[in-house]
Design a binder for this molecule. Structure first.
Ligand code: B12
Length: 212
């Protein structure tokens, strides 16, 4: 099945029932999880973003689509599992302060969890002090931050500085991502890694920790 239009349309409309049925249909037809995500679900969110930029839709419609996407992602979650028993490493993840977007972060968490990492998810709107406090408590291998707004990206640098101040910067790898974030920005704020999507987040995390 290569046509994900019905699925995308349902996500755009915020029609959870149809979107779930279309996701199931695609899975039954043997479509890959990657295609369902990229060509169906994420494509719909990109379209919503464009419509929002043009003033054609407002926040409530974005929220409905977001909820629809989250429900469909739950259906896909079991297929992210690689079945590892031993943890590949501990990842402390959150969306930075001032930012409430969590779909991408949740996808990254699910994919990394499925690939054998232990995930500690701090949720959204996470202040730098909270990242530091939790890092002291759980001693993660990676601190992963998500930002979807250009106005909240600076909170990533703030968190890196806070980790530094707490003497933790050398003990953890910092990984960042989110639609407006770039490799260049990661270099600028001296993060250890950047990934543009959940799939490459997994391979980059493995590379960072030297695990396969
Ligand atoms: C859904 C959505 C919302 C929902 C969020 C619901 C939720 N639970 O997440 C709601 C309605 C709440 C919302 C609110 C707002 N939004 Co909004 N939103 C979106 C939208 C349409 C989709 C985002 C999304 O989920 N994409 C799908 C996911 C899968 O993609 P992703 O997040 O990029 O994640 C992938 C990668 O980036 C990466 N990744 C993500 N995180 C991480 C972390 C790590 C560590 C790594 C390695 C990788 C990684 O992997 C992910 C999976 O492949 C985007 C448009 C867009 N195309 O991005 C606008 C968008 C992000 N929103 C925007 C705006 C302006 C807002 C508001 C300010 C609107 C308003 N006036 O109130 C508010 C801000 C609220 C806040 N304080 O956060 C703008 C941001 C512009 C900018 N550059 O700053 C966008 C781009 C829309 C636009 N074109 O104008 N939004």
């Amino acid at each position: 099945m290569d046509d994900f239009k019905a699925l995308s349309d349902a996500v755009i409309k915020g029609d959870i029932k149809t979107a779930l049925a279309e996701t199931q249909k695609a899975m039954d037809a043997g479509s890959s999880v990657r295609d369902i995500l990229n060509k169906g679900l994420i494509a719909a969110m990109d379209e919503m973003g464009e419509r929002f930029s043009k003033g054609l839709i407002y926040v409530p419609q974005m929220l409905r689509s977001a909820k629809t996407m989250q429900e469909c992602t739950k259906l896909l979650e079991p297929f992210f599992q690689e079945g590892d028993v031993i943890s590949k490493g501990k990842v402390l993840i959150g969306t930075v302060k001032g930012d409430l977007h969590d779909i991408g972060k949740n996808l990254v968490s699910m994919m990394m969890g499925g690939a054998g990492f232990t995930i500690i998810d701090l949720g959204v709107d996470v202040p730098s002090a909270k990242f530091v406090q939790k890092a002291q408590e759980v001693e993660p291998d990676i601190v992963a931050m998500s930002a979807l707004l250009s106005t909240t990206m600076p909170a990533m640098l703030e968190t890196i500085k806070a980790l530094q101040k707490a003497g933790l910067r050398d003990k953890v790898k910092v990984m960042i991502g989110g639609a407006p974030v770039t490799e260049r920005y990661a270099q600028k704020i001296k993060a250890d890694s950047y990934a543009s999507d959940a799939g490459s987040a997994v391979s980059k995390a493995k590379k960072l920790l030297g695990v396969s």
